[in-house]
Design a protein around this ligand. Structure first.
Ligand code: DC
Length: 211
């Protein structure tokens, strides 16, 4: 079983992916982490993420099995990840690892759940189940702002909303593998609890399985 979950930033993809992975005993890959790790490495080196040669070299140097270096969940890293993710050769460098994870999941699992932007469209077009998880930009910004506050990171709601809107715009309009809903069950998580989202996804999977 392969479950593909795509959607914009902070829509609740990761929460749903973890729940489904636990329920069906699947391996879980947060593919955004790979792009974040490339962005992080470039920032650490003080390099320019807009330079394709530098970005591709950073992607090539990444060990996807060991993406643990440093704090990948800052807005600056997210922004840089979105910049490098628009470079075709960076995506190419990261594709083999993602496909391999999906089709040969580690740890003797029954399959895999991958979350990202192009899982249903590029990484696993033949995934067993496909979801597009979304929510309004305001709802997503509110969630992300709350998360930052809880982690003691200084920010404002307006700044978080602006970041999210800018990143969405870049991820949706880039030429290579833009964020889009392909052949997927759309779940709008605005105003829904993680439990409700999980139940909705589960009902959809069970419905498809009984076809
Ligand atoms: O899901 P995330 O916020 O951690 O992703 C960070 C950035 O990485 C996102 O703005 C776009 C990029 N990304 C991508 O282009 N394709 C993916 N499959 C996953 C992430």
């Amino acid at each position: 079983m392969i479950i593909a979950i795509d959607g914009p930033a902070a829509a609740g993809k990761g929460t749903l992916a973890r729940r489904l992975a636990g329920h069906f005993n699947l391996a879980f890959l947060d593919t955004g982490r790979l792009y974040r790790a490339v962005g992080y490495a470039i920032l650490q080196a003080g390099n320019d993420p807009n330079d394709p040669e530098i970005a591709v070299a950073a992607a090539r140097a990444l060990d996807p099995e060991n993406v643990v270096a440093g704090d990948l969940y800052t807005e600056q890293v997210a922004e840089t990840a979105s910049v490098v993710a628009a470079i075709a050769d960076v995506r190419k460098e990261l594709l083999t690892f993602q496909r391999n994870f999906a089709y040969h999941p580690p740890g003797g699992k029954n399959g895999a759940v991958l979350d990202g932007r192009d899982i249903a469209s590029v990484v696993c077009p033949d995934a067993t189940h496909k979801f597009f998880v979304t929510a309004s930009a305001k709802v997503r910004a509110r969630r992300r702002f709350k998360e930052l506050q809880e982690n003691g990171v200084e920010s404002t709601y307006a700044a978080v909303l602006a970041d999210i809107e800018q990143r969405d715009q870049r991820d949706r309009t880039r030429k290579v593998s833009p964020l889009k809903s392909v052949d997927a069950r759309v779940i709008d998580t605005s105003g829904k609890t993680p439990d409700a989202v999980f139940e909705e996804a589960l009902a959809h999977i069970e419905g498809e399985q009984s076809k």
